[in-house]
Design a protein around this ligand. Structure first.
Ligand code: SF4
Length: 247
């Protein structure tokens, strides 16, 4: 819309010049045009007519731009390559939540694209979901240096983004990946072994706590993998879905 207006204005300007007897404009006198960033806000009357899902999608886009411009956490802002917002459909059947982006995610700007993400993709597939039917995101949007755990202050700084994103996506079920996120979303200061095996609630959605795929990858005993599958069976049962037979 902005580009059309600009072309119309340019056309009118050239018409006015021609009417005044100016037949050409020397190239050297044409200053480079710099476009100021346009706010991605639809006119009120357009938004009012839009489907509620479409309105939420647009609000999510605006939120992603706010995140991309955020520099609240000094250290993360100065060391990150990019922000990692999240990916997946609105009204996702399941939202998987990790703690923070790692190096692969930081480089690509996408959640769960490193080795742990590939394992998560296999877990999702084993449950009978495709990856594009689930929503993937982290509690904080910038990679902590050396993959350290996010600090309390960083979680507080990013909490509003996380909660607004959650409300806009409106997932039907939530899976917390790892002890850090499980404690945060279940709002209980307990070991993961105690948080697993119970259906908690997060903002009205059933919440299952399980291991983080990076931890499963590091565990050579296979115990975390078996426990994660138990947690996924609890998720599927909670969703009223059949548990697939192991292949
Ligand atoms: S972690 Fe969140 S609050 Fe901190 S700089 Fe990144 S986007 Fe902003």
């Amino acid at each position: 819309m902005a580009a059309i207006n600009l072309l119309e204005q340019l056309h009118l300007h050239l018409e006015a010049l021609r009417a005044a007897g100016v037949l050409f404009v020397p190239r050297s006198q044409i200053a480079p045009v710099r476009f100021a960033p346009q706010p991605v806000v639809a006119p009120v009357e357009v938004l009012a007519q839009a489907h509620p899902v479409e309105v939420r999608r647009r609000e999510l886009d605006v939120l992603a731009q706010e995140v991309a411009a955020c520099g609240t956490c000094d250290e993360l802002f100065s060391t990150r390559l990019t922000t990692v917002f999240g990916a997946g459909p609105l009204n996702a059947e399941v939202m998987f939540v990790g703690d923070a982006p790692g190096s692969d995610e930081d480089a690509q700007g996408q959640p769960f694209v490193g080795p742990g993400g590939l394992l998560l993709g296999r877990i999702v597939a084993a449950c009978g979901f495709t990856r594009d039917r689930v929503y993937l995101m982290n509690v904080i949007k910038c990679r902590p240096p050396r993959n350290r755990a996010p600090s309390t202050a960083e979680c507080v700084n990013c909490r509003d983004f996380f909660q607004r994103q959650f409300e806009l996506v409106k997932p039907k079920h939530v899976v917390a990946l790892g002890h850090f996120v499980s404690k945060l979303l279940a709002q209980q200061n307990a070991p993961l072994s105690q948080l697993r095996g119970t259906v908690h609630q997060y903002r009205g959605a059933p919440l299952i706590c399980t291991h983080h795929p990076d931890d499963i990858d590091d565990d050579k005993t296979g115990r975390l993998k078996r426990e994660t599958w138990d947690d996924m069976k609890l998720l599927l049962t909670t969703m009223g879905r059949e548990v697939p037979k192991p292949s």
